[in-house]
Design a protein around this ligand. Structure first.
Ligand code: 1GP
Length: 268
């Protein structure tokens, strides 16, 4: 009897670890009101340090790790970073590629993303076309995502040649998000750019939420629980932070505060 029960538990655990990343994220959002993802750029620290950061933010309640974000984040450094992070934590590791070089076989999933408001087709379908065969070969779970750059856009806005969404034009963001939904994308990411002095405006988040059913991700310049919770209240499903863990000494405490605020924040 005892043995049967044990075996059933093992099967359940195995089933849970096999759960798709998209399903896992959706369950967190449904259960806790919002999810938090931490962005780690492999170009900014050694793989072991990245793994330590991942383990710290996991203990602070972050729901997953995004790996990527800069054009230098590829090749063996990317692979080693993903491997070390996977060894350190059980949370899903999702690729966040800046180009076709950002694909690693060791990740759990990839944001298969298109910068819809780029002026350069390379960032809309070009890099995707180059990376897609590898994504298939590595059997990566794909999370189709519209990546929309909002003013000020920072480095990624410049590199991606984005026609930045003006902060005063929430209806334009909503139109892009609807376009994404009609194209079959299930995720929309409103991005102010890493290190942005101001995050995406809340009325823009609200307009996009109203227009679509997509899982709505918001990031760039979110440094405080208040900034995070305001965006969750406006309709964000996922809050992304990156710079905090690179800069702040008390980054774990900061992440913990942000996570706590957004998990309690929706509808409060
Ligand atoms: C960048 O939105 C993310 O893609 C994170 O931004 O580094 O400003 O937290 P920060």
């Amino acid at each position: 009897m005892q043995e049967v029960r044990l075996r059933r538990a093992e099967v359940e655990i195995e089933g849970a670890t096999r759960m798709k990343v998209e399903e896992r994220l959706k369950r967190v959002i449904a259960r806790e009101g919002a999810a938090h993802l931490t962005l780690i750029d492999p170009a900014k620290q050694a793989p072991r340090v990245a793994a330590q950061i991942a383990s710290d933010v996991a203990s602070a309640g972050s729901d997953g790790i995004m790996v990527g974000g800069s054009t230098r984040a590829g090749g063996s450094l990317l692979d080693r970073t993903v491997v070390e992070i996977k060894k350190a934590i059980k949370l899903p590791v999702i690729l966040f590629p800046a180009s076709e070089a950002g694909v690693s076989r060791h990740a759990d999933a990839i944001f298969f993303m298109s910068m819809l408001n780029s002026r350069d087709p390379y960032f809309i379908t070009g890099a995707q076309k180059r990376g897609a065969p590898l994504v298939k070969q590595f059997k990566l779970e794909t999370l189709p995502m519209a990546y929309l750059l909002v003013e000020p856009g920072q480095a990624v806005g410049r590199v991606g040649k984005a026609d930045l969404l003006p902060r005063a034009k929430p209806e334009l963001a909503a139109a892009y998000a609807l376009t994404a939904q009609y194209l079959g994308m299930r995720f929309v990411y409103l991005e102010a750019g890493s290190g942005a002095p101001i995050p995406v405006p809340t009325n823009m988040v609200r307009a996009v939420r109203k227009a679509t059913q997509a899982t709505l991700i918001v990031g760039g310049g979110i440094k405080t629980p208040r900034a995070a919770v305001e965006r969750v209240k406006a309709g964000a499903d996922v809050i992304v932070t990156g710079t905090i863990v690179e800069r702040a000494k008390d980054s774990v405490a900061k992440i913990r505060e942000i996570v706590k605020a957004i998990k309690l924040g929706r509808g409060a």
